[in-house]
Design a protein around this ligand. Sequence first.
Ligand code: FAD
Length: 288
Amino acid sequence: MEKIRDILNTGSVTVSFEVFPPKKADAYESVRDAVLQIADLKPSFMSVTYGAGGTTAGMTVELADEISTRRGVPVLPHLTCVASSRAHVDEMLARYKELGIQNVMALRGDLPQDGRKSEDFAHASDLIRYIRERSDLCIGAACYPEGHVESRNKSRDIDFLKMKVDAGCDFLTTQMFFDNTIFYNFLYRILQAGIHVPVIPGIMPITNARQLSRSVALSGTNVPESFRAIVDRFQDHPDAMKQAGILYASHQIVDLIANDIKHIHVYSMNKPEVAAGILKNLSEILCL
Ligand code: FAD
């Protein structure tokens, strides 16, 4: 299986999709079927999220393994450390090795509501350093063009981002954003800070109003007036809202590629029709 750092180095435009495991095991098969339909679209790679506090650890790896072995798509399982121990991370690394998994997205995770934090890892940079010292995995990490919600100072946020890169991460994927100029400004600021690893913009196609309010509440992402107008107008018409959300995300991607951004990560929300709709809108552009 390929390392994502090599896939990002080929000079071609890449499109990858994020999927998530179910919260409960009895929903695994239906999620797996949707995820394999997304894999059938032959993205450059697929990332699989990790439930808060490690609640889906087993299913994250199982889903990643199915994508890889059944569809041959390179995978990027996520791993969070805020409620985890070194022993647990060692276990996960051993499991990746056994399955031939070559990539990991190393994250802190959101702070647990019960306040029980890890004694071994305080920040994602600690996890990245730990993994880098023990393996040759390709390591991805998260970044936040609008600043992380807990961060009061965007410059400090970028200082901490530099620590993640210096600890050994190979590429960064952004939090969703709906205004590309925010991403371009961010790229400029992190270059100034000496961050030179590939930065993959994360694009979230919004297909219903509830998804927008939930995502914005969690991330603090700015919603431009032009996008708010779309949601206001179409939110009571599910098919129209879905079409408008796919078109808005596609338009963002066209603008990114036109500005020489080579790699795009799409938060597919486990919806094959959304992933397919985006690829259809880009069919000629991705052939260039
Ligand atoms: P960190 O890089 O550790 O940063 C967290 C906060 O601490 C920031 O405010 C930062 O400025 C600050 N900080 C960092 N280092 C230091 C330091 N040394 N001293 C003081 N402050 C510091 N969550 C999940 O639970 N599962 C997932 O699968 C998942 N996937 C994600 C994928 C992407 C692309 C993104 C953008 C986010 C994802 N998240 C996921 C959410 C993420 O876990 C949260 O945003 C979390 O709150 C921060 O994780 P991090 O890895 O960015 O943390």
